[in-house]
Design a binder for this molecule. Structure first.
Ligand SMILES: NC(=O)C1=CN([C@@H]2O[C@H](COP(=O)(O)OP(=O)(O)OC[C@H]3O[C@@H](n4cnc5c(N)ncnc54)[C@H](O)[C@@H]3O)[C@@H](O)[C@H]2O)C=CC1
Ligand SMILES: O=C(O)CCC(=O)C(=O)O
Length: 425
């Protein structure tokens, strides 16, 4: 077992292992709050991770065996909740770290959930529509014993969307022999989805940007913005910034980046991107994702994948505000460098929590069978986002710590209390 102090010392070093670096921040947060080491022992890893292998018939008649995971971090507060990603680089450790982040996120936003996350190792960009459907359904059959509307509620994540959720809820409803819309969120409206869920992650990011810009005295209409990633999170946030009058000077996808000092036409890019958030291949004069992050801007929004801002490039970031729309885009060492350089970093567990907040609204609406209009959803989301931002911003001041540690201090407390009340320690 690793001792507390040696884990805490590791925080100073570059660590791109997302699970280990998350554990280090959780330990610091619990120590700051004065919790016993036994609470850390419970929270450092998920309570359950199911690893599954499932065969799927491909269009050419061959059979391919896929690997998938569903991790449930902690259910002391309530059922677990979190997305399912379909990506070739999915690993068990990554999914476990993502499940832990969901717990912290739900704690900050005060949602009655613990964290969960799922993943399938595959590249849907290389698969037919029918193959993606068979993989989505087979995954649900493989994990069906541990998920459910009162146990663990999945949602979309990287390379999954409302269509995957529709196939998954259909499969689950067949297995359970009744209609169970509350099994999964991020569904199409006609299957019990919530108004505002599709753009909720980005809407939440935009609200954080408004709050951070106020704190920093930046006028959004004059701001230069760069967004890495042009999928569900990135493309909508680029659109919200564009509509707010900001100059979106850079965007990217997995294949490269576009940077134009005079600003990009986001409406045109939105029309041309595909369902996996790919657009740069249609343009000449692209730069790399790495170069994009270092270009001049006021607000930088990583909205793609993990470990994009590291100790290698953190010093070269020119933005004064970094809002993490992606999960885990900044390493712990880079968080320290950005903070020392006076950058206001809004961590993922706050910045991108709009997605799970509206997923929670969707689940509530499914449970009550009564649906809200778009304005109601938006107003409730805005209120929770602003409260979360300021809880974390104030905690950073109160404890004199960086925004990530402050977020963990705020996010872990409710779970630790639930564990204590249940008598687990
Ligand atoms: N969809 C949601 O509701 C939520 C998503 N997130 C996080 O936001 C991030 C993006 O997710 P989504 O927008 O949903 O996914 P998406 O699948 O809609 O889009 C992903 C985007 O990232 C790009 N990308 C993929 N690999 C890349 C790489 N190696 N380098 C640069 N760009 C790359 C893709 O080309 C695409 O533009 C992820 O970290 C996800 O966990 C967080 C909260 C909720
Ligand atoms: O909408 C949800 O339930 C979860 C979204 C998600 O996976 C995330 O916030 O990382």
């Amino acid at each position: 077992m690793t001792s507390g102090s040696s884990i805490a010392n590791e925080i100073e070093k570059e660590n791109t292992d997302v699970l280990e670096s998350t554990q280090a921040v959780i330990l610091k947060a619990l120590e700051t709050l004065g919790y016993d080491k036994q609470v850390y022992e419970i929270l450092k890893n998920p309570l359950r991770t199911l690893s599954v292998r499932f065969p799927v018939k491909m269009d050419d008649g061959s059979v391919r065996v896929f690997t998938g995971y569903r991790a449930q971090h902690n259910d002391a507060v309530g059922p677990t909740k979190g997305g399912i990603r379909l990506h070739p680089d999915v690993t068990q450790e990554e999914i476990e770290a993502l499940a832990i982040w969901m717990s912290i996120k739900c704690g900050i936003a005060d949602l009655p959930y613990g964290g969960g996350k799922g993943g399938i190792q595959c590249d849907p960009r290389d698969m037919s529509f029918a193959e993606i459907e068979r993989v989505s359904r087979a995954y649900v059959r493989a994990v069906s014993q541990i998920v459910g509307p009162a146990k663990d509620i999945p949602a979309p994540d990287v390379f999954s969307n409302s269509q995957n959720m529709a196939w998954m809820v259909d499969e689950y409803s067949k297995l359970r022999e009744f209609d169970s819309p509350g099994f999964i969120t991020g569904k199409p409206l006609v299957l019990g989805g919530s108004r505002g869920r599709e753009s909720a992650t980005a809407r939440g990011v935009a609200i954080c940007i408004e709050e951070a810009a106020k704190v920093r005295g930046i006028a959004l209409a004059d701001a230069k913005v760069i967004v890495q990633g042009f999928g569900n999170a990135g493309s909508f946030v680029a659109k919200f910034m564009f509509d707010a009058g900001a100059k979106v000077v850079g965007i990217s996808d997995a294949y490269g980046a576009l940077y134009r000092e005079e600003g990009l036409d986001i409406d045109e890019l939105l029309e041309r991107r595909d369902s996996f958030g790919t657009v740069t291949r249609l343009y000449r004069n692209t730069i790399s994702n790495r170069e994009l992050l270092e270009m001049p801007c006021d607000i930088l929004i990583p909205a793609a994948i993990e470990n994009q801002i590291t100790q290698e490039n953190a010093k070269k970031i020119q933005a004064s505000i970094v809002i993490e729309a992606a999960n885990g885009p900044t390493t712990t060492a880079a968080t320290d460098i950005l903070t020392e350089n006076g950058v206001l970093l809004v961590p993922d567990v706050v910045g991108n929590s709009g997605g799970v907040i509206v997923s929670y609204f969707e689940w509530v609406q499914n449970n009550q069978g009564y649906y809200w209009n778009g304005e109601e959803v938006e107003a409730r989301l805005a209120s929770r986002m602003r409260t979360s931002f300021h809880r974390v911003y104030n905690a950073a001041g109160r404890y004199n710590v960086n925004m990530r540690l402050a977020a963990y201090i705020v996010g872990v407390q409710r779970m630790a209390e639930a564990i204590r009340w249940r008598g687990w320690v």
